[in-house]
Design a protein around this ligand. Structure first.
Ligand code: NOJ
Length: 531
């Protein structure tokens, strides 16, 4: 079985993690100093947000060069040393592949827009009229009015699915297809274990379609996959297709396209289930989730660097989510919520742990977002999604141990409010306290690894229980695992569906397992049974 099937992933923003050269920005020197922490936590694979030269209008998703490192982070040698250090600790690393668009500062675009005769013109998508492809939705609805932007330099419109400063590449041009494969090869040669592939549904455009999930896109991704399999076996693609399960399935092909894709529709339903004290939204979406081809896996998550997206819920559910989890307008952006996990849970330790327990036991390989393991807060006074990208809180000292630069030089302010501020919420304090959230999350991660059924085991719900019981078996690989979750604020008593004598507590082997179990409000239990 390939490593990605049961890896625990950790998404990390280099700028936010640790500053090793005291300039106020995180970098690879800093990251290397924190690798022992990630290993201790039980992380198998680190996913780095964009590390490339960029004007940072979209925090690096606006790439100005695919073949380098942003100077704030260090040199390419720094990156290579970091890869070695990650591998030395038996961890793996994914970097971003951002195939859909570049920055308007990328030399390809600078050259392409110079004139209509430019040899690079065809690297991008141009039109005399902004009416073309009008069935394609606008993704950043808060900031963009159109997917076309007028280029006064060359007198035509160029196509962009995200910010207008991010022109889309033209995948009908074979030279673009080759160039992106070369980018992939460049990073694979440097030893990365794969890519989180950004915004895959939008690579091609066709009139009369919504310009998403087109067959041409799948063909191209399959070619990238074949290239990886042939030359770099064991490396993976984790794609970002924010789509319904049925539209996501084709991205796995017959096991010959991407290895993993995020399960976007599951994520908001975990929050809905908790708020409604009712498992049904989660049960329904997993019932609609198709079986994947062999060696393919869902990547599941609670939060990430973007807004908590509500694209994959109904209008009613979106209103419910906004009213429940983002009552202030400043907490909303586009079709989502720009808050972190702990504030979303009202900083209720029980709920934060319960969400992690669901994440770590439901189907899929879990992806944690840096800082959520200690319950970091957010800052909605910062623009865009920056409020969930603030410096990691290592200790209660100067700049939370993130940087020794003068505080005014930090790339973003520390979270310093009385509830979530670094004086209170930090790694050092939680490492020293065996009852902290950090220790709970770490224990869940390490315990998960003992449970073979959690890798690919079939999901079987305990249907007869009341709605607030989110309880299920995972069965497979010679093992049965029983997860019990109480979504409600009152105790819940459950009669076990198997003789208690056959079950062991997987989180606390000493704990007695009785036939009738009472979960406290927002409580959970993990039980394992030899099959
Ligand atoms: C998806 C990334 O997750 C997001 O942060 C970015 O803004 C868009 N792609 C556009 O690049």
């Amino acid at each position: 079985m390939s490593w990605h099937m049961n890896a625990v992933f950790y998404e990390l923003y280099v700028r936010a993690f640790a500053d090793g050269n005291a300039d106020g920005h995180g970098d690879f020197i800093g990251l290397r100093q924190k690798l022992d922490y990630l290993q201790w936590l039980g992380i198998d694979c680190i996913w780095l947000l964009p590390i490339f030269p960029s004007p940072l209008k979209d925090d690096g998703y606006d790439v100005a060069s695919y073949l380098g490192i942003h100077p704030d982070y260090g040199l390419l040698e720094d990156f290579m040393m970091t890869v070695d250090e990650i591998h030395r600790r038996d961890m793996r690393i994914l970097v971003e592949l951002i195939p859909n668009h570049t920055s308007d500062q990328h030399p390809w675009f600078v050259e392409a827009r110079r004139s209509r005769q430019s040899p690079m013109r065809d690297f991008y998508v141009w039109s005399d009229s902004p009416e073309k492809y009008k069935d394609a939705r606008i993704i950043f609805i808060d900031t963009e009015q159109s997917n076309w932007a007028y280029d006064a330099v060359s007198g035509q419109y160029y196509w962009h699915r995200f910010f207008s400063s991010q022109p889309d590449l033209n995948y009908d041009n074979p030279a673009v297809q080759r160039a992106m494969q070369d980018v992939m090869q460049f990073w694979l040669e440097l030893g990365v274990d794969g890519f989180r592939v950004d915004a895959v549904p939008y690579l091609f455009e066709r009139d009369g379609t919504n310009c998403e999930n087109l067959p041409e896109t799948h063909d191209y991704l399959k070619r990238l996959r074949a290239f990886m399999d042939e030359h770099y076996p064991g490396t993976i693609m984790l794609s970002e297709a924010n789509q319904w399960p049925k539209d996501t399935l084709p991205y796995f092909g017959d096991g010959d396209e991407v290895h993993m894709n995020f399960h976007f529709p599951l994520m908001p339903r975990l929050y809905m289930a908790l708020a409604r004290q009712d498992r049904r939204d989660v049960v329904d979406v997993l019932a609609q989730t198709p079986q994947l081809p062999p060696n393919c896996q869902w990547a599941t998550f609670l939060r990430n660097h973007d807004e908590l997206t509500l694209e994959m819920v109904t209008e009613d559910d979106r209103q419910f989510m906004w009213e429940t989890y983002a009552p202030e307008p400043a907490q909303r952006i586009n079709l989502g919520i720009r808050r972190r996990l702990a504030p979303l849970m009202n900083n209720d330790r029980r709920k934060i742990a319960l969400m992690h327990s669901m994440l770590l036991t439901l189907p899929g390989a879990p992806v944690l977002y840096y800082g959520d393991e200690i319950g970091m807060g957010d800052d909605v006074s910062l623009p865009d999604r920056n409020g969930v990208r603030t410096p990691m809180q290592w200790d209660d000292g100067l700049n939370a141990g993130f940087s020794t630069a003068p505080t005014g030089k930090l790339y973003a302010p520390m979270i310093a409010d009385p509830v979530f501020g670094y004086q209170k919420v930090n790694v050092a304090a939680q490492q020293a306290d065996p009852n902290s959230l950090l220790h709970t999350v770490r224990h869940l991660i390490h315990s998960r690894k003992q449970q073979a059924a959690l890798v690919q085991g079939a999901l079987e719900w305990l249907d007869d229980l009341p709605p607030q019981a989110l309880c299920f078996w995972r069965k497979g690989d010679g093992q049965h695992f029983l997860a019990l979750h109480n979504l409600s604020d009152t105790p819940l008593t459950i009669e076990l569906p198997a003789p208690s004598a056959t079950l062991t507590d997987a989180l606390n082997p000493e704990a007695k397992v009785t036939q009738s179990l009472t979960l406290p409000p927002y409580g959970y239990r993990w039980l394992s049974q030899q099959a």
